[in-house]
Design a protein around this ligand. Sequence first.
Ligand code: AMP
Length: 284
Amino acid sequence: MRVIKTVSEMSAEAARLRGEGKHIAFVPTMGNLHEGHLSLMRAARPRANVLVISIFVNPLQFEPGSDFDAYPRTFREDLKKCEPVGVDIVFAPTEPDLYPEGFQTTVEVTEISKGLCGDFRPGHFKGVATVVLKLFNIVKPHVAVFGEKDYQQLCVIRRMVKDLNLDVEILGHPTVREADGLAMSSRNQYLSPDERKRAALLYKFLTEARKRYERGERRAQALIARVQNGLARDPRISVEYVSIRDRETLAPLDTVDRPAVMALAVHIGKTRLIDNIFLDQQKM
Ligand code: AMP
C-alpha cells in the first residue's frame, strides 16, 4: 500500500495506471475510518485492479462555526485499517495543495442540493460536489463508491456525473449500522453514553415507519408524524427534519406511490446525526 500526499504525484500515478490499461476504483473519505468506510472499500475492491481511497477533511463542505476543527483526525489508525481490505493507494492531500491561493471555482448541483440537509447546511453540497469533482480529476477512477448513509450526497454526486458527462460509474452502498441500529458515523463519538443510547431511537422509528408502510400506509404525512412524534418524546432529541422523498429526484412526496427514501436529521445534545431508510414495495 502506498501513501501519496501530493496532487501532482497522484495525478501522474493515475495517468500511468490508466496508460497500462488498469481499472481504478475510488472511495473518497474524510478519514477516521470505521466499518462503514471499510465496507465501501470491500465493495470497491473487486470492481477494479487498483483501489484508491482518499482521506481529506474538506474545509469547503463545513459551514462556518461547525465541527471542522474538532473533526476527528486519526491518520495512523486509518492507515492500519486500509491495508487488510486491499487498498493500494491512500491519497491524503494537504489543504494548500488542493486549494492553492487564488482558488475560486466551485460546482453547484442546484435543485437536488436544496431541501433536507441542504436547508440546514448552506454551501455544504457545493463543497462536496467541488471536492469530489477535483478528486475525480486527480484520481481518474473508472468507478467510485459512496454510502447511502449520506443519501442526498449520493444523489448530488450522481446528478453531477450525469450533468457534466463525467466518465465514472457511481455505486451506492448500504448503510452499515451498530448492533442497536445506529448508523455508523465519525460523529457518533461526540455522543455522551446517555446520548449514545438515545441515538438508537432514530433507526427504531425509521424501521417502525417502514413496517407501517409495508402494512399499507401510503400517506407520507402519517408516516412522518409517527417518527417526528416518537422522537419528540425524548427531550434530548431535537428534530431538524423528517421527510419522505422520491428516491431518485428527492422531490417531496404526499403519497408514497413510488420508490422513496425517508430521511431525517436530528440534534442530540451538540451532535447532529442523519439517517434514512428506503420505502420500496419490492422489498415487501
Ligand atoms: P465521510 O468520511 O463521512 O465523508 O464518508 C465517506 C464515505 O463513507 C461516504 O460515501 C459516506 O456516505 C460513507 N459512509 C459513512 N458512514 C457510512 C455508513 N455507516 N455506512 C455506509 N457508508 C458510510
